[in-house]
Design a protein around this ligand. Sequence first.
Ligand code: ZN
Length: 131
Amino acid sequence: MQAVQVDRRQQLEQERDKLLRKLVLLREERTALAREDVREGGGQVDESADSATGTFELEKTTALDESARRRLYEVEDAIRRIELGTYGRCEQCGRPIDRERLKVLPQTKFCLECQLRWERNGKLRRLARVA
Ligand SMILES: [Zn+2]
């Protein structure tokens, strides 16, 4: 394995551990929020304002959880590609991905050019859906 890949692998594994810890924390937070909801629901006092805040917090942690999960998937996917020996190659055009780009974004599977094209298409699709 090339030295560069060893570096990227360490970086990715650290990122994976960080994300796993974050997901545990978020789950604890959600459990705590859910418990609060139950308590509020059973009470006689009108706490609708608090409850709305609780719902908002719950939605926020759920959104954070989803983005952490998505990122975790990308990171694990990149580690898998290192193991398979396909890491560092653009999945779209097959050209090697810029080294500096991999340093900043080790989980990426597209070269900058393909990424930009993909994002542009994604945006176009989203706009089309809205219209
Ligand atoms: Zn490409």
